[in-house]
Design a protein around this ligand. Structure first.
Ligand code: SF4
Length: 86
């Protein structure tokens, strides 16, 4: 069964973007440990992105970043005003 089209999805939620999701995961894995967001905080950030109107096909419409990469970088912040995380 195919999932319905969802604008508010992360790359990892979209089977059609599996290759891109894998590339983003590889970039996250390459981040030095000291620059990586702790897992609990990373998941909290992504949950906020998932419920955000600016999320479009895994990308933040405000900054153009793939949110799975942005959320994984410790020093990054949500570009919304006010920011939703970071
Ligand atoms: S505005 Fe913030 S919460 Fe919304 S998608 Fe972009 S980074 Fe995520």
């Amino acid at each position: 069964m195919t999932r319905p089209f969802c604008r508010r999805c992360l790359l990892e939620d979209m089977p059609s973007q599996a290759e891109l999701a894998r590339s983003v995961r590889e970039l996250v894995d390459l981040l030095p440990e000291e620059n990586r967001t702790p897992e609990e905080e990373r998941l909290r950030r992504l949950a906020l992105c998932r419920s955000c109107d600016h999320l479009l096909d895994g990308m933040c419409a405000l900054c153009g970043c793939y949110v799975e990469l942005r959320a994984a970088k410790k020093r990054m912040a949500c570009p919304d005003v006010p920011g939703r995380w970071g």
